[in-house]
Design a protein around this ligand. Structure first.
Ligand SMILES: [Zn+2]
Length: 296
């Protein structure tokens, strides 16, 4: 009996030990597994968080880019509108008087006229400078073109070089075909009297047999340019000469004037007109006169 009891205890102890032996590694592996899972979960969460931050950054970047593009488009639109507003609807045609190669033949004095005049004239020449009128008129006209363009006008020229023969009708047709708002003909005066000096403008008369309806506008253009010209240059103002003897004016279907900038036969005025400083004043004066005519 005693032995049986002992055996029973021994067996119990063996069972308990066996149970513990099996149980210990199982618990440990579970714990490791849990720890691994926890670690994996932590990594997954970190990765998710990183992904989230990355997406947020990308979204922010995209929004920033969109905003930049929107601002750029706005800026471009504003610049375009400003450029559009700066552009004036008027077309100005400039006619630098005469040419080194004078157009041959003759032309009617005006539309329907039986009277004929030379197609063009040689013009005068600087008594001191020796510079021909056609050269001075082109020099000034090119500067005036640039000035008017900078003020937003569309400018066309009847000639841009000195070696083109061009008649008075051909010159007027440049303005007519362009539908110009003003046709401004640039000349310098000549006189047998060397003391003659000052500026004048020339337009048609109210009784013009060619285009009397243009008189008021042409007279206004002539007044505006002469006034502003003398204001800018300090030049003596002669007068606005109204005459229907100028073919180039008679053939014009748009408001027209001739600007006689000064006398090339006056030694002092001749030399003055050759200086860049005075030419700049001339350009400002004529441009201001054209603007005043348009009401700007
Ligand atoms: Zn002339």
């Amino acid at each position: 009996m005693k032995n049986l009891k002992r055996l029973f205890f021994i067996m119990c102890a063996v069972f308990i030990l066996a149970g513990c032996k099996e149980k210990v590694p199982e618990e440990e592996s579970l714990k490791v597994q849990e720890e691994q899972e926890a670690e994996e979960e932590k990594l997954r969460k970190e990765k998710e968080e990183q992904e989230k931050i990355k997406k947020q950054k990308e979204e922010e970047e995209r929004k920033k880019q969109e905003e930049e593009e929107r601002l750029k488009a706005e800026e471009e639109e504003r610049a375009r509108a400003e450029e559009e507003a700066r552009k004036k609807p008027q077309i100005v045609v400039l006619d630098p008087g005469h040419s080194a190669v004078v157009a041959e033949g003759s032309e009617p004095l005006g539309p329907g006229s039986q009277e004929y005049k030379s197609a063009d004239a040689a013009g005068t020449r600087g008594i001191s400078s020796g510079v021909p009128e056609y050269e001075l008129t082109l020099t000034v006209s090119l500067q005036l073109k640039a000035e008017l363009e900078s003020r937003g006008y569309t400018v066309l020229m009847t000639r841009e070089t000195n070696d083109v023969p061009i008649s008075c009708i051909q010159r007027a047709d440049v303005a007519n075909n362009a539908g110009a708002s003003a046709y401004v003909r640039i000349h310098a005066n000549g006189s047998e009297n060397q003391s003659a000096r000052g500026a004048m403008t020339i337009c048609t008369t109210p009784q013009s047999p060619y285009a009397p309806e243009l008189y008021t506008a042409s007279r206004q253009l002539s007044d505006c340019i002469l006034g502003k010209f003398c204001e800018a240059t300090g030049c003596i103002s002669e007068n606005v000469w109204e005459t229907d003897s100028m073919s180039g004016n008679n053939w014009s279907q748009v408001p027209v004037t001739i600007v006689e900038m000064g006398y090339m036969t006056n030694p002092e005025e001749d030399m003055l007109m050759q200086t860049p400083e005075y030419q700049a004043q001339i350009v400002q004066g004529i441009a201001n006169g054209i603007e005043a005519f348009f009401g700007y």
